[in-house]
Ligand binder design. Sequence first.
Ligand SMILES: [Ca+2]
Ligand SMILES: [Ca+2]
Ligand SMILES: [Ca+2]
Length: 401
Amino acid sequence: MKSRWPWIGLGIVLGLTVLPGWGADPDPEAVRRLMEKYRREAEAEKHPPAHKPVAKPATKPAPKKPTVNYDREAWRSAEKCGTTACFEAYLADYPKGRYARMARARLKAASAPRTPVTPAVVAPATSPRRSLIEPETVRIPSGCFQMGSSESERGRDEDERQHEVCVDAFEIGKDEVTMGEFKRFVEATNHRTDAERNEGCFVLIDGESAAWREGYSWRKPGYTQHDNYPVVCVSWNDAIAYTVWLNRETRQSYRLPTEAEWEYAARAGTTTVRYWGNDPNQACQYANVADRTLSPGGRSWDEKHECTDGYWSPAPVGRFRANNWQLNDMLGNVWEWTCSLYDKNYGGVEKNCNFFDKNSARTVRGGSYSDVAAAVRSANRDKFTPLARANLTGFRLARSL
Ligand SMILES: [Ca+2]
Ligand SMILES: [Ca+2]
Ligand SMILES: [Ca+2]
């Protein structure tokens, strides 16, 4: 007789609880069939069929999802990002992608040596007036330039030694300060200009020789002026008083430009004698200078530019073509005060303001409506003491950043 142990053992393994009546009075045939069944099931578990057919539930086919074009999406992202790193990342993921050639072209363009951009073609941003009393300014980028003139420059003076100067970024007024702006300052402060306090102004009047004349001031400069004309007959002291008031009202840091800033801004990246080139007779598109225009009394300048700008005395600010940095009337119209002491040899004071020395001359720049070609040059300089004023001289504001 076969031992029952293997059956019992198998029974324990398969779980006795599922065998009702086991152990009481088992039917040996029933047990045999049952155990045969378990044995087959155990065998089936050990060696499952390779492909067990599974009936799939009858379901509706799922709606077709839109296909995501990962290549295109990656390219769009790279384009949106636009940097070299993003195009490189696209190529790393899709080296044979549909847009790989374009990505390589972008990378090639980005790595190509760039033509150096000269400041001449950079157009700095113009800042609108921050408030009614502040000027429209142009933000000038920092940079270095050759200040002064070459020894071969026609009309040059000895005090224009050419040397490299670097300036920090700053803002400068797009226009000369106007009569209207100055009037607002005077109304707010009751400021009396040096011309009004003593001995008037040095004036050039049609039909008269230029001279100091009492009774002349910014209010009465010796020719017709309106609010949009440059203020004249203002001393350096008057210009400083204007900036003190403006800064108090606006909490800004307006001042006069240094001489170096002035020339840097006037040149606007150019190295020619004037910011429009070398030809003085092109002046009339860009500047109000001594030209063929007759005075109200019908007089002509003895020496002049051979062109017609339409104004004998000052023109309203901004009437002419601006320089490359959108600054108007840097040359011509009226001379402009700087905050720098005058040093014939350019020993370094041209880079600084000096607010403390009340007696030494300051540099004035740009020439005026009464000036001939030699004076209307980016490198030309002249000097006035802080008390001096003339109906040829005004100022323009700068602002530290
Ligand atoms: Ca003129
Ligand atoms: Ca000017
Ligand atoms: Ca000079």
